[in-house]
Design a protein around this ligand. Structure first.
Ligand code: SAM
Length: 213
């Protein structure tokens, strides 16, 4: 592994706003970090953490937690959050498969899944962050009226998610097959993630669905 990456992985674990699944953090640890009872919004596969960082600034009355299996990526977002003294954003290093070990039942008000890896091979379907396997985990931790926001440029993954939503008879709150760059009607939709910026430069069409159980 490159030396710089190793340094980041070690460093990020010492940040006060970063929790690592390997140390068995609980929701209470996040609560005491935020020091309030505001709603929690969880971003899964947050990469460099810029979406969590930007959204936390837009919604000071909500707490944002960005999670990713790669601590070296979280390093960037966690650093910006600390440097800019943003108190309502924190990060979790670990796999989404273990979310129900950290968060209590019905404790998360919204889940954001922007541009997850598509895992195009059929035998990797369960690894897609919008598969039935993951939705079962999200259902445990999401409040009854909670919402899941999913953005992707990938047609296969988008169609897959709509099939899962239909199979499980879930409620679609909003769906758009071509998310316009100037759609300012909703902050979650209008703020672009790092990957989204690349994809838009490539001329790819972005799709979005907001749904709940
Ligand atoms: C394509 S990147 C998108 C990053 C970011 N959401 C964005 O839009 O800029 C997907 C991210 O999901 C993370 N990831 C993939 N599987 C994961 C899992 N099971 N649990 C947590 N993170 C995961 C990867 O490490 C990667 O950073």
């Amino acid at each position: 592994m490159p030396r710089k990456k190793l340094i980041k992985i070690n460093e990020v674990n010492s940040f006060p706003n970063v929790f690592n699944l390997s140390e068995n953090p609980t929701e209470k640890d996040f609560r005491s970090y935020f020091n309030n009872e505001n709603k929690i919004v969880l971003e899964i596969g947050c990469g460099h953490g810029d979406y969590t960082y930007n959204l936390a600034q837009h919604f000071p009355d909500k707490n944002f937690i960005g999670m990713d299996v790669k601590g070296s990526r979280i390093h960037a977002g966690a650093t910006s959050v600390l440097e800019n003294k943003i108190n309502n954003a924190a990060f979790l290093v670990g796999r989404a498969e273990k979310l129900n070990q950290v968060f209590e039942n019905k404790s998360i008000s919204e889940i954001l899944i922007p541009f997850p890896d598509p895992h195009v091979r059929r035998k990797s379907e369960n690894r897609r962050l919008v598969s039935e396997y993951f939705l079962k985990i999200y259902k445990e931790i999401l409040t009854d009226e909670g919402k899941i926001h999913f953005k992707t440029d990938n047609d296969l993954l988008f169609d897959f998610s709509l099939n899962v939503i239909s199979k499980l008879n879930l409620k679609i709150h909003f769906l758009v097959n071509d998310l316009q760059i100037n759609d300012e009607s909703d902050i979650y939709r209008s703020i672009q993630t790092r990957y989204e910026k690349h994809y838009r430069k490539d001329g790819r069409i972005i799709k979005y669905v907001c749904f709940g159980f």
